[in-house]
Design a protein around this ligand. Structure first.
Ligand SMILES: *[C@@H]1O[C@H](CO)[C@@H](O)[C@H](O)[C@H]1NC(C)=O
Ligand SMILES: *[C@@H]1O[C@H](CO)[C@@H](O)[C@H](O)[C@H]1NC(C)=O
Ligand SMILES: *[C@@H]1O[C@H](CO)[C@@H](O)[C@H](O)[C@H]1NC(C)=O
Ligand SMILES: *[C@@H]1O[C@H](CO)[C@@H](O)[C@H](O)[C@H]1NC(C)=O
Ligand SMILES: *[C@@H]1O[C@H](CO)[C@@H](O)[C@H](O)[C@H]1NC(C)=O
Ligand SMILES: *[C@@H]1O[C@H](CO)[C@@H](O)[C@H](O)[C@H]1NC(C)=O
Ligand SMILES: *[C@@H]1O[C@H](CO)[C@@H](O)[C@H](O)[C@H]1NC(C)=O
Ligand SMILES: *[C@@H]1O[C@H](CO)[C@@H](O)[C@H](O)[C@H]1NC(C)=O
Ligand SMILES: *[C@@H]1O[C@H](CO)[C@@H](O)[C@H](O)[C@H]1NC(C)=O
Ligand SMILES: *[C@@H]1O[C@H](CO)[C@@H](O)[C@H](O)[C@H]1NC(C)=O
Ligand SMILES: *[C@@H]1O[C@H](CO)[C@@H](O)[C@H](O)[C@H]1NC(C)=O
Length: 558
């Protein structure tokens, strides 16, 4: 009879809580931009949603992981473009985020997409040639791995409008690189514009209110800068309250809509506004509100100025720009019981050495938010080969509030694509502190991954030469490790009277013996290390830090 037995003492396995396993951000393999990670209690696994990573015909990559460090890819992606007839956006599918309602069992995917077709663009932004007409859409699924299906064939019912914006694009020429030279010249532009929105982050306040944080797309947001004496095109972070009907709908057929407090608050403004360019292009008629959360006007910070002279620096090929994007908001209480809202955001272009993450805090969900003097708190580190750190999301180990991580995108070299990295995030409400743990080196696992279990089954053969076992390693909550990931490895060898004569081949989770073992086949689970002297380490776990540490291993016997 063929069986797999754990080397670990049974009692030790059942209650082992501690693991010495580490992860490293070196040699990343999971392609991801703007990653959003959540812990899923249904599957006992972490799930990542990304702008990049979908296969052809699909939108948005999805990955799953037991440890928030080594990921398996979900085939396809989040939304099947070919079959979801409600896909309304035409390109620029960006920054998906997923939220689970335990009450109804529905998963909601929020994402940004752009309209390109002039008639559709005009419906939402008045002008058929409005530059970069991005909106926020919502798709739902019963499962974290999708497929997600759009609730409706249109974005959320929200028409954010800025009645005081000098729409200088109307007095500029395509490709809109050269804004008016003076504020006086800009003031000749008509007031009022609809606001293109990206980077949705839904914040569920414990008071019960639901807020949509989003970034006003950098396009068509030229802001006069008194310090530099020029217009700078900016993205800013705004928030708006949503209604709650969609969240509680047991059928998930209700689209989110802007809360009535923000609905059409700019009606009649500005005075001379006409809602359409002409009869062929009827524009939107509602003008909804928003709250400015993070912008250079509200609070300038020097580190965000890396691109304000790009037009001259690029010989007239780039715009003067400033970015605040990709926000995530969490709420904590200080020791007096007062709420503190913390918001992370990314500034500058992700390809720039100055790209990074800053944070702001507030005592109320809608602000005012104060940027930290410590900004940026995360940025590139060439000596450790970490570049383009930004646009992450905040997630506690196993969804907890205490052990936070900030999965984010970064690159191992200046010209590489963006991959999924992870770093610890420390938050201290009393001192209004937010800061990151190390990005490089051997980093501790989140709690709750251990105790690991190992199982093995014969895939083919009868125990003689050529027999293959498939070995699986699972987290405490039953999530499988991707043993083909370059950070995970099985070490296998034969122990017995004829051991040296038998070759053992390991490919991912498959262990094949080249001859009749004549003894036990031992298998140990190892993790890659950043340390080149000892690049692999046996993973051990223990019931308590005072008890024996057992190597995570199994024995394959025939
Ligand atoms: C396991 O990880 C490797 C490296 O990232 C990846 O190529 C492979 O697709 C992963 N396996 C699965 C099942 O996703
Ligand atoms: C989605 O499908 C539509 C209709 O087939 C096609 O026009 C569009 O290019 C597709 N978009 C993506 C991003 O695959
Ligand atoms: C246009 O907006 C500016 C602020 O950008 C404001 O000062 C001005 O009063 C507005 N003009 C009109 C006619 O609404
Ligand atoms: C309506 O406006 C669009 C965009 O400016 C223009 O291309 C089109 O010719 C106009 N149509 C009419 C009938 O004036
Ligand atoms: C900048 O552009 C001008 C005009 O196109 C060109 O003559 C000049 O060579 C460019 N300079 C650089 C440094 O690329
Ligand atoms: C990265 O790309 C830029 C422009 O494409 C190029 O000039 C540079 O040499 C590249 N750097 C490396 C390290 O490959
Ligand atoms: C086991 O498999 C080998 C190779 O396929 C075969 O030669 C051998 O007879 C089998 N032994 C038994 C006991 O079935
Ligand atoms: C392991 O073996 C199974 C069964 O033969 C096979 O389907 C799978 O692709 C193998 N995995 C790897 C990583 O080679
Ligand atoms: C030991 O290995 C050799 C070479 O593979 C083989 O010929 C021999 O039968 C094995 N002996 C036992 C006891 O399994
Ligand atoms: C790398 O590992 C070796 C062997 O375990 C150890 O002696 C050395 O201190 C480690 N180096 C670092 C930088 O951790
Ligand atoms: C892992 O464990 C095995 C079995 O105990 C041992 O032979 C090997 O040296 C260990 N490897 C490391 C890197 O500690």
């Amino acid at each position: 009879m063929i069986r797999a037995a754990l080397l670990l003492a049974a009692a030790g396995v059942a209650s082992a809580l501690y693991s010495d396993a580490t992860y490293t951000n070196a040699n990343p393999t999971t392609i991801a931009a703007d990653p959003y990670v959540r812990w899923d209690v249904q599957t006992g696994a972490y799930w990542a949603y990304s702008t990049e990573g979908a296969e052809d015909g699909w939108l948005f990559g999805i990955y799953t992981s037991p440890d928030m460090a080594t990921w398996s890819k979900v085939p396809g992606g989040a939304i099947k473009n070919e079959t979801d007839s409600l896909v309304w956006a035409q390109d620029w599918f960006w920054a998906p985020e997923c939220y689970y309602n335990e009450e109804t069992g529905w998963y909601f995917l929020f994402y940004a997409g752009r309209y390109k077709e002039p008639k559709l663009v005009a419906e939402y932004f008045k002008y058929p040639d409005f530059e970069e007409a991005s909106k926020i859409g919502v798709a739902v699924s019963r499962h974290p791995d999708g497929p997600f299906v759009n609730i409706e064939a249109n974005p959320i019912d929200y028409y954010p409008f800025d009645p005081n914006y000098r729409d200088v694009n109307l007095i500029m020429d395509p490709p809109y690189l050269v804004p008016p030279a003076t504020e006086e010249a800009g003031a000749t532009a008509p007031n009022g514009t609809y606001i293109p929105s990206i980077d949705a982050n839904v914040f569920f306040d414990d008071s019960g209110s639901i807020w949509l944080f989003f970034s006003r797309n950098a396009y068509r947001n030229w802001v006069w800068d008194d310090v530099f004496g020029e217009y700078v095109e900016e993205s800013n972070i705004y928030a708006v309250q949503l209604d709650e009907a969609w969240w509680h709908d047991p059928d998930a057929t209700t689209m989110p809509a802007v809360h009535q407090n923000f609905r059409d608050v700019y009606q009649g403004m500005p005075e001379d506004w006409v809602s359409s360019v002409n009869d062929s292009y009827p524009g939107p008629t509602r003008k909804d509100g928003w709250v400015a959360i993070v912008s250079s006007k509200l609070q300038p910070q020097v580190w965000e100025n890396a691109h304000v002279h790009d037009y001259a620096a690029s010989n007239g090929t780039l715009k003067n720009r400033r970015w605040s994007e990709g926000s995530t908001t969490i709420k904590r209480y200080d020791s007096s019981g007062n709420p503190v809202y913390f918001l992370t955001y990314s500034a500058n272009n992700y390809e720039s050495p100055d790209y990074g993450v800053g944070y702001a805090y507030a005592s109320s969900v809608d602000g005012p938010y104060f940027k930290s003097d410590s900004n940026p708190i995360l940025s590139q580190n060439p000596s450790r080969e970490v570049y383009s750190t930004g646009h992450g999301s905040i997630i506690g180990a196993m969804g907890s509030d205490t052990e936070l991580f900030y999965p984010h995108h970064a690159r191992p070299s200046v010209n590489a694509t963006r991959y999924l990295y992870n770093a610890r995030l420390f938050v201290e409400p009393d001192s209004l502190y937010m800061g990151f743990g190390a990005e490089a080196g051997d980093l501790r696992w989140p709690h709750g991954v251990a105790p690991l279990t190992v199982a093995a089954a014969v895939a083919s053969g009868n125990g003689s030469a050529g027999t293959t076992w498939t070995v699986s390693v699972e987290s405490a909550s039953g999530a499988a490790f991707n043993l083909s990931h370059p950070s995970n490895r099985l070490l296998a060898w034969v122990e017995g009277n004829n051991a040296t004569a038998v070759e053992v081949e390991v490919v991912g989770g498959n262990v094949t013996v080249g001859g009749k073992p004549g003894g036990e086949v031992k298998v140990v689970y190892q993790r890659a290390r950043a340390n080149e002297t000892e690049p692999w380490r046996n993973v051990s776990q223990a019931e308590s830090i005072w008890s024996d540490w057992d190597v995570v291993a199994t024995t394959l016997t025939t």
